[in-house]
Ligand binder design. Structure first.
Ligand code: APR
Length: 230
């Protein structure tokens, strides 16, 4: 029976692919007002701005590649029962080799949109260059980014918590752990499970967490050595 490793990832795992994080210096939230482009109120106030913001982030996806950390996570599937719970909306975990049925996107996905008036109608965009506007109609519906905005519920939280609760090892990579409920997932870990946290500028975490103060790619190499001793 393979040990279960759950990765809880944030923007830092995609930093070395060239996608800026949110809260580092010169991060996304330094250049945009988060409440204008990533909140329910902001979308109601100026949907065109929100469509353009996500069109720009989607275009950037077409210019970047998964990095060695994304690929190292996928390679671990040879020896472990791997699952990825990510706060990221990019598709780099998928493009790095983790099948989509082994990934939960807590905050939605850049490559998907959904009907404004029926959240159950979700559509996959065919290309990173696909653009949406307030006029776009799919299947007769006006659409919006399939992103969990601030002030909106996180529908995948429950399944994510159940997966974290079954983990033998939880590996947190590249997140400032300031956004809830995602950050609260750490509390669902079994008492006998190991927790690692890979981040060059780690947030304060309980002493049971083994902090690896390194980038995602360096940290994954260090993690491999640690896992051999498990
Ligand atoms: N490797 C690993 N971690 C890195 C790297 C790197 N090369 N570079 C930066 N980091 C770390 C930073 O030290 C920081 O702890 O990545 C983390 C990024 O934190 P945030 O920018 O806050 O991103 P994240 O935690 O994913 O944000 C959570 O906030 O804005 C919302 O919905 C958005 O999903 C996002 C959520």
């Amino acid at each position: 029976m393979k040990k279960k490793i759950v990765f809880l990832t944030g923007a830092g795992v995609s930093a070395e692919s060239g996608i800026s994080t949110f809260r580092d210096s010169d991060g996304l939230w330094e250049n945009y007002n988060v409440m204008d482009v990533c909140s329910a109120a902001g979308f109601r106030r100026n949907p065109a701005l929100v469509h353009e913001f996500y069109n720009a982030r989607r275009r950037q996806l077409s210019e970047v590649e998964p990095n060695e950390a994304h690929r190292a996570i996928a390679r671990l599937m040879d020896h472990y029962d791997v699952f990825v719970v990510t706060q990221n909306v990019d598709n780099l975990h998928e493009r790095g080799g983790v099948p989509s049925d082994r990934i939960i996107h807590l905050h939605g996905e850049l490559m998907k949109v959904r009907a404004v008036n029926d959240e159950s109608k979700v559509y996959e965009l065919q290309s990173e260059l696909s653009e949406t506007t307030t006029e776009t109609l799919i299947d007769g519906h006006h659409v919006r980014p399939h992103i969990v905005f601030f002030q909106e519920a996180v529908p995948m939280l429950e399944p994510a918590a159940e997966i974290v609760a079954r983990a033998d090892v939880l590996v947190i990579i590249g997140t400032s752990l300031v956004v809830y409920p995602a950050a609260g997932l750490v509390n669902y870990v079994r008492r006998d499970a190991r927790i690692f946290y890979i981040d060059p500028h780690p947030a304060a975490v309980p002493s049971r967490v083994h902090v690896i103060a390194a980038t995602a790619t360096e940290g994954m190499n260090i993690l491999m050595d640690e896992l051999r001793d498990l």
